[in-house]
Design a protein around this ligand. Sequence first.
Ligand code: ADP
Length: 341
Amino acid sequence: MPFQIVHGDITEMKVDAIVNAANSSLLGGGGVDGAIHSAAGIGLYKECLTLGGCETGDAKITLGYNLPCKHVIHTVGPIWQGGNHGEQASLTSCYLRSLQLASEHECESVAFPLISSGVYGYPADQAIQVASRAIIDYLKDHDLTVYLVIYDKHDYQIDRALHQDLLKYIDQNYTTEPLIPYAAPQAAPPVSPAEEEDDRDHWSSVFHIFQRTSSKDRSSELQAKLEQLDEGFADMLFRKIDEKGLTDAQCYKRANVDRKLFSKIRSNRDYKPSKPTAIAFIIALELPLDEAMDMLKKAGYALSHSNKFDVIIEYFISNGVYDVFTINEALFAFDQRLLGG
Ligand code: ADP
Protein backbone atom coordinates (compact mmCIF):
# COMPACT_ATOMS: atom_id res chain seq x y z
CA MET A 1 0.00 0.00 0.00
CA PRO A 2 1.85 3.16 -1.11
CA PHE A 3 0.36 5.46 1.55
CA GLN A 4 -0.66 4.26 4.98
CA ILE A 5 -1.70 5.98 8.15
CA VAL A 6 -0.58 3.92 11.13
CA HIS A 7 -0.74 4.21 14.87
CA GLY A 8 2.55 3.79 16.73
CA ASP A 9 5.99 4.97 17.72
CA ILE A 10 8.14 6.15 14.82
CA THR A 11 11.35 4.98 16.50
CA GLU A 12 10.15 1.40 16.05
CA MET A 13 9.40 1.65 12.32
CA LYS A 14 11.40 -0.81 10.21
CA VAL A 15 11.68 1.37 7.12
CA ASP A 16 14.53 2.79 5.07
CA ALA A 17 14.11 6.27 6.56
CA ILE A 18 12.19 7.90 9.36
CA VAL A 19 11.61 11.65 9.43
CA ASN A 20 12.37 13.70 12.51
CA ALA A 21 10.39 16.83 13.37
CA ALA A 22 13.51 18.67 14.49
CA ASN A 23 14.24 22.25 15.51
CA SER A 24 16.58 24.44 13.44
CA SER A 25 19.68 23.57 15.51
CA LEU A 26 19.22 19.85 14.66
CA LEU A 27 20.78 19.08 18.04
CA GLY A 28 17.81 17.42 19.67
CA GLY A 29 14.80 18.64 21.62
CA GLY A 30 11.59 17.29 23.12
CA GLY A 31 8.72 15.30 21.60
CA VAL A 32 9.50 13.05 18.66
CA ASP A 33 12.95 14.67 18.28
CA GLY A 34 13.92 13.61 21.81
CA ALA A 35 12.54 10.12 21.28
CA ILE A 36 14.53 9.68 18.04
CA HIS A 37 17.80 10.95 19.55
CA SER A 38 17.50 8.78 22.64
CA ALA A 39 16.73 5.67 20.59
CA ALA A 40 19.46 6.38 18.01
CA GLY A 41 22.22 7.09 20.54
CA ILE A 42 25.15 9.50 20.66
CA GLY A 43 26.24 8.74 17.07
CA LEU A 44 23.24 10.62 15.72
CA TYR A 45 23.99 13.67 17.86
CA LYS A 46 27.62 13.69 16.66
CA GLU A 47 26.59 13.58 13.01
CA CYS A 48 24.00 16.31 13.58
CA LEU A 49 26.77 18.55 14.98
CA THR A 50 28.39 18.50 11.52
CA LEU A 51 25.26 19.60 9.64
CA GLY A 52 25.18 23.29 10.54
CA GLY A 53 21.48 23.39 11.40
CA CYS A 54 18.56 23.52 9.00
CA GLU A 55 16.09 26.15 7.74
CA THR A 56 12.35 25.87 8.31
CA GLY A 57 10.81 23.87 5.43
CA ASP A 58 14.13 22.25 4.52
CA ALA A 59 15.54 18.80 5.41
CA LYS A 60 18.89 17.07 6.00
CA ILE A 61 19.76 13.38 6.18
CA THR A 62 21.88 11.29 8.55
CA LEU A 63 22.38 7.62 9.30
CA GLY A 64 20.01 5.81 11.67
CA TYR A 65 22.59 4.48 14.19
CA ASN A 66 20.81 2.33 16.81
CA LEU A 67 17.40 2.79 15.17
CA PRO A 68 15.95 -0.01 13.02
CA CYS A 69 15.96 2.35 10.00
CA LYS A 70 18.93 3.13 7.72
CA HIS A 71 18.47 6.91 7.70
CA VAL A 72 16.93 9.74 9.68
CA ILE A 73 15.73 12.73 7.68
CA HIS A 74 15.60 15.83 9.87
CA THR A 75 13.15 18.51 8.83
CA VAL A 76 12.12 21.72 10.55
CA GLY A 77 8.41 22.39 10.60
CA PRO A 78 6.86 25.85 10.93
CA ILE A 79 5.66 27.21 14.26
CA TRP A 80 1.89 27.85 14.02
CA GLN A 81 1.15 31.57 14.18
CA GLY A 82 -2.51 31.56 13.22
CA GLY A 83 -2.18 30.25 9.67
CA ASN A 84 -1.41 33.48 7.78
CA HIS A 85 2.34 33.35 8.00
CA GLY A 86 3.11 30.84 5.27
CA GLU A 87 2.76 27.88 7.63
CA GLN A 88 1.04 25.68 5.07
CA ALA A 89 3.69 26.28 2.37
CA SER A 90 6.50 25.61 4.86
CA LEU A 91 4.87 22.44 6.12
CA THR A 92 4.28 21.18 2.56
CA SER A 93 7.92 21.91 1.81
CA CYS A 94 9.01 19.78 4.83
CA TYR A 95 7.25 16.75 3.35
CA LEU A 96 8.45 17.42 -0.18
CA ARG A 97 12.11 18.04 0.74
CA SER A 98 12.13 14.95 2.98
CA LEU A 99 10.68 12.78 0.23
CA GLN A 100 13.15 14.15 -2.31
CA LEU A 101 16.03 13.32 0.03
CA ALA A 102 14.59 9.84 0.56
CA SER A 103 14.45 9.26 -3.21
CA GLU A 104 17.99 10.60 -3.70
CA HIS A 105 19.19 8.05 -1.13
CA GLU A 106 17.21 5.25 -2.80
CA CYS A 107 14.87 4.73 0.14
CA GLU A 108 11.84 2.64 -0.74
CA SER A 109 9.96 3.23 2.50
CA VAL A 110 9.68 6.36 4.64
CA ALA A 111 7.80 7.08 7.87
CA PHE A 112 6.72 10.58 8.93
CA PRO A 113 5.45 11.85 12.26
CA LEU A 114 2.78 14.54 12.14
CA ILE A 115 5.26 17.38 11.76
CA SER A 116 4.57 20.63 13.69
CA SER A 117 1.44 19.26 15.33
CA GLY A 118 3.00 19.00 18.81
CA VAL A 119 4.92 21.79 20.53
CA TYR A 120 4.85 23.87 17.29
CA GLY A 121 1.06 24.04 17.61
CA TYR A 122 -0.18 23.32 14.05
CA PRO A 123 -3.84 22.21 14.41
CA ALA A 124 -3.82 18.43 14.00
CA ASP A 125 -6.69 18.20 11.50
CA GLN A 126 -5.01 20.75 9.21
CA ALA A 127 -1.59 19.17 9.71
CA ILE A 128 -3.03 15.82 8.57
CA GLN A 129 -4.52 17.43 5.46
CA VAL A 130 -1.24 19.10 4.52
CA ALA A 131 0.70 15.88 5.18
CA SER A 132 -1.69 13.71 3.16
CA ARG A 133 -1.88 16.06 0.17
CA ALA A 134 1.90 16.53 0.01
CA ILE A 135 2.57 12.78 0.25
CA ILE A 136 -0.15 11.82 -2.25
CA ASP A 137 1.12 14.44 -4.71
CA TYR A 138 4.62 13.08 -4.49
CA LEU A 139 3.45 9.49 -4.93
CA LYS A 140 1.82 10.39 -8.26
CA ASP A 141 5.29 10.35 -9.84
CA HIS A 142 7.30 8.16 -7.46
CA ASP A 143 7.08 4.53 -6.36
CA LEU A 144 7.61 4.58 -2.62
CA THR A 145 5.84 3.35 0.49
CA VAL A 146 5.07 6.19 2.88
CA TYR A 147 3.73 5.86 6.42
CA LEU A 148 2.20 8.69 8.41
CA VAL A 149 2.72 7.61 12.01
CA ILE A 150 0.15 8.88 14.49
CA TYR A 151 1.54 8.62 18.01
CA ASP A 152 -1.45 9.68 20.03
CA LYS A 153 -4.79 8.63 18.57
CA HIS A 154 -6.41 11.61 20.33
CA ASP A 155 -4.37 13.94 18.09
CA TYR A 156 -6.06 12.46 15.08
CA GLN A 157 -9.00 14.47 13.81
CA ILE A 158 -10.79 14.41 10.49
CA ASP A 159 -12.98 17.25 9.21
CA ARG A 160 -15.61 17.89 11.91
CA ALA A 161 -18.61 18.07 9.53
CA LEU A 162 -17.58 14.81 7.83
CA HIS A 163 -17.09 13.17 11.20
CA GLN A 164 -20.57 14.22 12.39
CA ASP A 165 -22.22 13.13 9.16
CA LEU A 166 -20.47 9.75 9.25
CA LEU A 167 -21.48 9.22 12.88
CA LYS A 168 -25.09 9.92 11.95
CA TYR A 169 -24.94 7.55 8.98
CA ILE A 170 -23.36 4.79 11.06
CA ASP A 171 -25.96 5.33 13.76
CA GLN A 172 -28.81 5.02 11.25
CA ASN A 173 -27.42 2.09 9.29
CA TYR A 174 -25.16 0.02 11.48
CA THR A 175 -26.96 -3.00 12.85
CA THR A 176 -25.86 -6.17 14.54
CA GLU A 177 -28.31 -8.07 12.32
CA PRO A 178 -26.73 -8.84 8.94
CA LEU A 179 -28.93 -7.33 6.23
CA ILE A 180 -26.83 -8.47 3.33
CA PRO A 181 -24.86 -11.47 4.57
CA TYR A 182 -21.14 -11.47 4.03
CA ALA A 183 -20.17 -14.13 1.51
CA ALA A 184 -16.70 -15.55 2.06
CA PRO A 185 -14.96 -16.84 -1.08
CA GLN A 186 -15.47 -20.58 -1.46
CA ALA A 187 -14.95 -23.19 -4.14
CA ALA A 188 -18.58 -23.76 -5.08
CA PRO A 189 -20.75 -21.25 -3.28
CA PRO A 190 -24.41 -22.16 -2.90
CA VAL A 191 -26.58 -19.93 -5.03
CA SER A 192 -28.53 -17.60 -2.77
CA PRO A 193 -32.00 -16.32 -3.71
CA ALA A 194 -30.42 -12.89 -4.27
CA GLU A 195 -27.86 -14.37 -6.65
CA GLU A 196 -30.56 -16.29 -8.48
CA GLU A 197 -32.39 -13.01 -8.86
CA ASP A 198 -29.23 -11.37 -10.21
CA ASP A 199 -28.64 -14.20 -12.62
CA ARG A 200 -32.26 -13.94 -13.76
CA ASP A 201 -31.71 -10.21 -14.33
CA HIS A 202 -28.63 -10.91 -16.33
CA TRP A 203 -30.26 -13.62 -18.41
CA SER A 204 -33.27 -11.44 -19.02
CA SER A 205 -30.98 -8.69 -20.31
CA VAL A 206 -29.35 -11.24 -22.61
CA PHE A 207 -32.82 -12.24 -23.80
CA HIS A 208 -33.65 -8.55 -24.34
CA ILE A 209 -30.71 -8.13 -26.64
CA PHE A 210 -31.96 -11.11 -28.55
CA GLN A 211 -35.39 -9.56 -29.01
CA ARG A 212 -34.48 -6.01 -29.96
CA THR A 213 -31.42 -6.37 -32.20
CA SER A 214 -30.83 -7.51 -35.73
CA SER A 215 -29.08 -10.84 -36.08
CA LYS A 216 -25.84 -9.12 -37.15
CA ASP A 217 -25.60 -6.84 -34.10
CA ARG A 218 -27.00 -9.58 -31.96
CA SER A 219 -24.09 -11.94 -32.06
CA SER A 220 -21.46 -9.38 -30.97
CA GLU A 221 -23.63 -7.83 -28.27
CA LEU A 222 -24.64 -11.26 -27.02
CA GLN A 223 -21.07 -12.41 -27.07
CA ALA A 224 -20.07 -9.42 -24.86
CA LYS A 225 -22.92 -10.08 -22.40
CA LEU A 226 -22.13 -13.77 -22.16
CA GLU A 227 -18.46 -13.01 -21.58
CA GLN A 228 -19.42 -10.74 -18.68
CA LEU A 229 -21.31 -13.63 -17.09
CA ASP A 230 -18.10 -15.67 -16.81
CA GLU A 231 -15.76 -12.83 -16.10
CA GLY A 232 -13.80 -12.90 -12.85
CA PHE A 233 -12.71 -9.97 -10.69
CA ALA A 234 -9.53 -9.23 -12.63
CA ASP A 235 -11.29 -9.38 -16.01
CA MET A 236 -13.98 -7.03 -14.78
CA LEU A 237 -11.34 -4.69 -13.39
CA PHE A 238 -9.48 -4.51 -16.70
CA ARG A 239 -12.70 -4.07 -18.68
CA LYS A 240 -13.77 -1.19 -16.43
CA ILE A 241 -10.33 0.45 -16.66
CA ASP A 242 -10.72 0.45 -20.45
CA GLU A 243 -14.34 1.63 -20.33
CA LYS A 244 -13.36 4.55 -18.07
CA GLY A 245 -10.44 5.46 -20.34
CA LEU A 246 -7.93 5.13 -17.48
CA THR A 247 -4.35 3.98 -17.76
CA ASP A 248 -3.20 1.18 -15.45
CA ALA A 249 -1.02 3.62 -13.52
CA GLN A 250 -3.89 6.07 -13.04
CA CYS A 251 -6.02 3.26 -11.70
CA TYR A 252 -3.57 1.72 -9.25
CA LYS A 253 -2.40 5.13 -7.99
CA ARG A 254 -6.00 6.19 -7.38
CA ALA A 255 -6.59 2.87 -5.63
CA ASN A 256 -3.52 3.27 -3.37
CA VAL A 257 -2.32 -0.06 -4.72
CA ASP A 258 1.33 -0.90 -5.14
CA ARG A 259 2.60 -1.15 -8.75
CA LYS A 260 4.06 -4.64 -8.07
CA LEU A 261 0.72 -5.92 -6.80
CA PHE A 262 -1.02 -4.50 -9.85
CA SER A 263 1.45 -6.26 -12.18
CA LYS A 264 0.70 -9.48 -10.31
CA ILE A 265 -3.01 -9.02 -10.99
CA ARG A 266 -2.27 -8.27 -14.67
CA SER A 267 -0.41 -11.55 -15.01
CA ASN A 268 -2.84 -13.68 -13.01
CA ARG A 269 -6.43 -13.40 -14.15
CA ASP A 270 -7.58 -15.67 -11.31
CA TYR A 271 -6.19 -13.30 -8.69
CA LYS A 272 -8.53 -12.91 -5.70
CA PRO A 273 -7.93 -9.61 -3.92
CA SER A 274 -8.50 -8.94 -0.24
CA LYS A 275 -11.70 -7.04 0.46
CA PRO A 276 -9.93 -3.68 1.11
CA THR A 277 -8.02 -4.07 -2.18
CA ALA A 278 -11.18 -4.93 -4.12
CA ILE A 279 -12.95 -1.90 -2.65
CA ALA A 280 -9.93 0.31 -3.39
CA PHE A 281 -10.29 -0.54 -7.09
CA ILE A 282 -14.03 0.07 -6.96
CA ILE A 283 -13.34 3.53 -5.55
CA ALA A 284 -10.65 4.20 -8.16
CA LEU A 285 -13.15 3.28 -10.87
CA GLU A 286 -15.82 5.47 -9.27
CA LEU A 287 -18.46 2.76 -9.54
CA PRO A 288 -22.00 3.43 -8.29
CA LEU A 289 -23.29 1.20 -5.48
CA ASP A 290 -24.99 -1.44 -7.68
CA GLU A 291 -21.90 -1.89 -9.88
CA ALA A 292 -19.72 -1.83 -6.78
CA MET A 293 -21.72 -4.73 -5.29
CA ASP A 294 -21.43 -6.59 -8.58
CA MET A 295 -17.68 -6.24 -8.67
CA LEU A 296 -17.29 -7.15 -5.00
CA LYS A 297 -19.30 -10.29 -5.62
CA LYS A 298 -16.81 -11.30 -8.32
CA ALA A 299 -14.14 -11.33 -5.58
CA GLY A 300 -16.42 -13.30 -3.23
CA TYR A 301 -17.43 -10.41 -0.95
CA ALA A 302 -20.47 -8.29 -0.15
CA LEU A 303 -21.26 -5.22 1.91
CA SER A 304 -23.09 -5.77 5.15
CA HIS A 305 -24.77 -3.39 7.58
CA SER A 306 -23.44 -5.47 10.45
CA ASN A 307 -19.93 -4.40 9.63
CA LYS A 308 -18.84 -0.83 10.42
CA PHE A 309 -16.16 -0.87 7.72
CA ASP A 310 -18.82 -1.73 5.12
CA VAL A 311 -21.21 0.95 6.36
CA ILE A 312 -18.47 3.58 6.04
CA ILE A 313 -17.67 2.42 2.50
CA GLU A 314 -21.37 2.51 1.62
CA TYR A 315 -21.57 6.07 3.00
CA PHE A 316 -18.79 7.31 0.72
CA ILE A 317 -20.00 5.51 -2.40
CA SER A 318 -23.60 6.68 -1.82
CA ASN A 319 -22.34 10.25 -1.48
CA GLY A 320 -20.17 10.01 -4.61
CA VAL A 321 -16.93 10.52 -2.68
CA TYR A 322 -14.31 8.52 -4.57
CA ASP A 323 -11.10 9.67 -2.98
CA VAL A 324 -9.35 6.68 -1.40
CA PHE A 325 -7.25 8.92 0.82
CA THR A 326 -10.22 10.81 2.25
CA ILE A 327 -11.92 7.47 2.87
CA ASN A 328 -8.79 6.08 4.52
CA GLU A 329 -8.58 9.09 6.84
CA ALA A 330 -12.14 8.34 7.96
CA LEU A 331 -11.50 4.59 8.24
CA PHE A 332 -8.44 5.27 10.39
CA ALA A 333 -10.44 7.61 12.62
CA PHE A 334 -12.97 4.81 13.15
CA ASP A 335 -10.27 2.17 13.77
CA GLN A 336 -10.98 0.28 10.58
CA ARG A 337 -8.72 -1.36 7.98
CA LEU A 338 -7.51 0.97 5.23
CA LEU A 339 -8.08 0.68 1.49
CA GLY A 340 -5.29 -0.19 -0.91
CA GLY A 341 -2.95 -3.07 -1.45
P1 ADP B 1 6.77 19.74 16.57
O1 ADP B 1 7.72 20.58 17.34
O2 ADP B 1 7.11 19.68 15.10
O3 ADP B 1 5.36 20.09 16.83
P2 ADP B 1 6.58 17.41 18.34
O4 ADP B 1 7.62 16.37 18.59
O5 ADP B 1 6.24 18.29 19.48
O6 ADP B 1 7.10 18.25 17.07
O7 ADP B 1 5.25 16.73 17.81
C1 ADP B 1 5.06 16.31 16.47
C2 ADP B 1 4.17 15.09 16.47
O8 ADP B 1 4.94 13.95 16.80
C3 ADP B 1 3.03 15.15 17.48
O9 ADP B 1 1.84 14.73 16.82
C4 ADP B 1 3.44 14.13 18.53
O10 ADP B 1 2.32 13.48 19.13
C5 ADP B 1 4.20 13.15 17.69
N1 ADP B 1 5.13 12.27 18.40
C6 ADP B 1 5.73 12.41 19.60
N2 ADP B 1 6.50 11.34 19.87
C7 ADP B 1 6.37 10.49 18.81
C8 ADP B 1 6.89 9.19 18.48
N3 ADP B 1 7.73 8.54 19.30
N4 ADP B 1 6.52 8.62 17.30
C9 ADP B 1 5.69 9.26 16.44
N5 ADP B 1 5.18 10.47 16.70
C10 ADP B 1 5.51 11.09 17.87
